[in-house]
Design a protein around this ligand. Structure first.
Ligand code: MRU
Length: 355
């Protein structure tokens, strides 16, 4: 990646002042069958991309929304209209707090400095900061992985979900890059298969040895002694250490506890919500029942349940702090004592600090 104020390029996002439009995103709904880049021309495009999970992952949706707002600013949109656009983007999805933190930071900036070039600079600063945060987490977390470890992960917390190397997958990729011989077990992650489609794709690109398993197989793999560590990402962390992540993460944490396997959550400080004291305060997105009645993607579309089958489809669940061995943040590695003593309170997002 080349660091510049005019351009930004990551696995899932491209920003170039010489392009038309400036902002393009990799359509993650189509992976791994097709690597198709989608232009983002408007706030509507960005909202649609976030809601349909073309752009997904907590840090990435914050970065992408900030850049979308910057593009609108560079087209000569007035500051008061930008504030309204930011509030529409902010509401695109409810759980990942990075979206709110990034847009609140943008709005604070627009109110004090409405110059479009400066606004674009702020959005790019958010993107580059995410790159740095990922690199720090990768370094800290990789030290927890030993030669020969079997590592399990859930959902996709990789380069596709951030502007950098990822959170949980960044840690795993770094350990692999340091030469540790590891094997990754990838939960497929029903209903939208972020593990089977996206994490498997990333592991393959990075040449990290992995095995894809259906979510229901995790217990059995743990019982066989194949998993020594578990790393997952997060969408919102409460100050008491409870955290929301992709549905199924809580089940993995319970299984880890039963089998005595260390369970780590990896996230930047921009995923902490200082207004959530516990997981009970975290809003959980409910999604389209059709996602559970069947499966849809570049692989095709199939419905196996009765067309009107009643469905419960929360996109995220909350894992209580009591099940977490360690919180791998860009600011350090925290254990249960540190979190009880307020380590995550001090990790208030820079995005939430008055500028
Ligand atoms: O619905 P998604 O695919 O956006 O959910 C993403 C996750 O739950 C990730 O695990 C989380 O955002 C961490 S990403 C670094």
């Amino acid at each position: 990646m080349t660091r510049s104020t005019d351009g930004f390029s990551s696995t899932a996002l491209r920003w170039s002042r010489s392009g038309d439009p400036f902002l393009w995103v990799l359509d993650q709904r189509l992976l791994p069958q097709s690597e198709t880049w989608m232009p983002v021309r408007s706030t509507e495009d960005m909202i649609e991309a976030i809601q349909t999970l073309k752009v997904r992952g907590a840090p990435l949706i914050g970065v992408a929304a900030a850049l979308s707002l910057a593009q609108t600013a560079l087209r000569g949109t007035r500051a008061d209209v930008l504030v309204q656009e930011a509030s529409r983007l902010r509401a695109a999805r409810p759980t990942a707090v990075n979206l709110m933190n990034a847009l609140d930071r943008m709005v604070r900036f627009v109110r004090t400095n409405p110059d479009p070039e400066a606004i674009a600079g702020e959005a790019l600063a958010i993107a580059w900061e995410d790159v740095d945060l990922c690199a720090k987490m990768a370094e800290i977390g990789a030290s927890l992985i030993a030669e020969g470890d079997g590592v399990l992960t859930h959902c996709n917390a990789g380069a596709l979900a951030t502007a950098g190397v990822g959170t949980a997958l960044g840690v795993i990729a770094r350990a692999h890059g340091l030469g540790r011989k590891i094997h990754v077990f990838v939960d497929e992650t029903r209903p939208l298969l972020q593990g089977g489609r996206l994490t498997a794709w990333e592991m393959g690109k990075l040449n990290v040895p992995y095995t894809l398993i259906a979510d229901v197989m995790a217990a059995s793999v743990m019982a066989q002694g194949k998993i020594q560590k578990i790393f997952v990402g997060c969408d919102r962390v409460a100050t008491n250490g409870d955290f929301a992540n992709k549905i199924g993460t809580y089940a993995v944490a319970v299984l880890a506890h039963y089998h005595g396997i260390p369970f780590y959550v990896v996230g930047p400080h921009t995923t902490i919500d200082p207004h959530c004291e516990s997981g009970k305060d975290i809003p959980i997105e409910q999604r389209d029942p059709q996602e559970v009645r069947g499966a849809q993607g570049a692989f095709g579309s199939v419905t196996w349940a009765p067309a009107q089958a009643p469905v419960y489809n929360p996109s995220f669940d909350v894992t209580p702090a009591s099940l977490v061995t360690g919180w791998v943040m860009d600011t350090g590695l925290f254990d249960q004592d540190a979190v009880r003593n307020g380590a995550l309170r001090m990790g208030q997002p820079s995005a939430a600090r008055p500028r």
